[in-house]
Design a protein around this ligand. Structure first.
Ligand code: AMP
Ligand code: MG
Length: 306
């Protein structure tokens, strides 16, 4: 495992490796990513191989500027500029019609491409220094928990990449919100950018839950620990259904009352409990309110049986 701090020298070396067709694990604000040059077929194919990811599950292309979106999207609607002003760099991915130069392997054969600008200086530096866009899914085996810190990395992924950049714990902790802009704006996956925040920028209501055709790679079970994971309802009504920071059982996830802190710690907490040899892990369900919806999505996928 070759782990390096994000010094200028190390980032330059990783950028060079990426340009040479190597893979790297990079920090982003959401989760750690497994990165390759988005225009290098063999490098992107290695991402699918290392993750065990099905070929029809498309990858997000990471760029460092709004202008660079145009290198991959065939047409960029004006609304992208408003969304960019509000959320980019940040955890919002936009799905747009793709340019013909975008590799089919990246888009899972779709005629659309998902693009975002990560809000992490090390990741942005690698994009800029390599002069490449990065195809970059989360750096976990297919279906597993996304790593939000280096010690959560799967050993075989860690051993198969050229370099790993340690940027500390990810600040957001869950994956980006994916917004389809190829028709009426539709949320395909919720992340820390909420539906309400997007609606404020667009000045109208938006839909959610694209069709299977529009949202490939959305599975009922995902983001899951190996141990059986169960959701449980409120234990103490006085805390509105939450047991803040005071788990009643050793195998119950520790929770914060702040959804942002909760999201940041969710995968690491599940990974921690996963390594302790319990028969079952319990997650107390949070309130069914707007700031918690992305967390509901992740919990329902972590607890799904198939
Ligand atoms: P991950 O990289 O694991 O966070 O997953 C990225 C997700 O973005 C995929 O599972 C897809 O659901 C979604 N995605 C990527 N590209 C597209 C696309 N062209 N159209 C619709 N959804 C996409
Ligand atoms: Mg993923």
């Amino acid at each position: 495992m070759s782990v390096f701090l994000p010094t200028r020298e190390n980032l330059e070396r990783v950028a060079h490796e990426i340009a040479q067709g190597e893979l790297a694990v990079l920090p982003t604000e959401t989760v750690y990513g497994l990165a390759a040059d988005a225009l290098n077929y063999a490098a992107v194919a290695k991402i699918f191989e290392l993750k065990g990811r099905p070929a029809d599950n498309p990858l997000i292309v990471h760029v460092s500027s709004v202008e660079q979106i145009e290198d991959f999207a065939d047409s960029v609607p004006d609304v992208v500029r408003s969304l960019a002003a509000a959320f980019m760099p940040g955890p919002l991915t936009v799905v747009l019609p793709k340019r013909s130069s975008v590799l089919d392997i990246v888009t899972g054969g779709l005629d659309t491409v998902a693009i975002r600008i990560p809000d992490h200086p090390a990741c942005l530096a690698v994009i800029e220094l390599s002069e490449r866009a990065l195809a970059m899914p989360s750096a976990n085996p297919f279906m597993g928990l996304s790593p939000t810190k280096i010690d959560m990395l799967d050993r075989s992924i860690a051993d198969s990449v050229c370099s790993i950049i340690d940027g500390g714990a990810c600040t957001v902790g869950i994956e980006s919100t994916v917004l389809d802009l190829t028709g009426e704006p539709t949320i395909l996956r919720l992340g820390s950018v909420t539906r309400e925040e997007i609606e404020r920028v667009l000045s109208h209501k938006i839909g959610e839950g694209g069709t299977a055709h529009k949202a490939p790679g959305m599975y009922r079970r995902h983001y899951a620990p190996r141990t059986k994971c169960l959701a449980t309802t409120a234990i103490d009504p006085a805390t509105a259904g939450l047991v803040f920071d005071e788990p009643t059982n050793a195998n119950q996830i520790r929770m914060s009352s702040d959804p942002k802190v909760y999201a940041q710690q969710l995968y690491a907490s599940l990974a921690d409990l996963d390594s302790q040899g319990h028969d079952e892990i319990f997650v107390v369900l949070p309130p069914l309110t707007a700031p918690w919806m992305a967390i509901w999505d992740r919990i329902s996928k972590a607890t799904a049986t198939a």
